[in-house]
Design a protein around this ligand. Structure first.
Ligand SMILES: NC(=O)c1ccc[n+]([C@@H]2O[C@H](COP(=O)([O-])OP(=O)(O)OC[C@H]3O[C@@H](n4cnc5c(N)ncnc54)[C@H](O)[C@@H]3O)[C@@H](O)[C@H]2O)c1
Length: 118
């Protein structure tokens, strides 16, 4: 069975909680992570052993093996990162709040619907 490849964007405490949860799933894999902070990225790699670790989340989203992005960035980055992920053809799970306002959420919903992504 092909495992669903997850890319965790933001490797602080919230990103690590998602990695811990993903490790309990039979059909998903912590395939990649991205974080600007080299120390945090290194700690995440040591703990969860992703195949790929990127500084830039854009590079993670360019990896065709990533099926879904789990976005655990500071709140102001939720909208641009979620939109970039959808535009790259990835499913998105984003930490709360998903956007800073309803208009941004509408953009994401429309983009996801248009691409048949969740
Ligand atoms: N669900 C929960 O219980 C819960 C609890 C705490 C926080 N959160 C949410 O999780 C999100 C993250 O919280 P936080 O900011 O306190 O976590 P954090 O500071 O621990 O982690 C955020 C990480 O993002 C990285 N980062 C910042 N900008 C980046 C960029 N442009 N590219 C790549 N990496 C970047 C930082 O280096 C950091 O490691 C927030 O949206 C917050 O609301 C949820």
């Amino acid at each position: 069975m092909k495992k669903f490849n997850l890319g965790i964007i933001g490797t602080g405490w919230p990103g690590q909680q998602h990695a811990i949860a993903a490790q309990t799933l039979d059909d998903a894999n912590v395939y990649a992570c991205a974080d600007l902070d080299e120390t945090r990225r290194g700690e995440f790699k040591a703990a969860y052993n992703p195949t790929k670790a990127f500084a830039s989340y854009h590079e993670l989203l360019n990896d065709p093996k990533v099926d879904a992005a789990i976005i655990c960035l500071p709140n102001s980055l939720h909208f641009p990162a979620s939109l970039a992920a959808l535009e790259a053809g990835k499913h998105v799970l984003c930490e709360k709040p998903p956007t800073m306002n309803a208009a941004e959420m509408k953009v994401l919903r429309e983009e996801a619907n248009r691409r048949n992504l969740m």
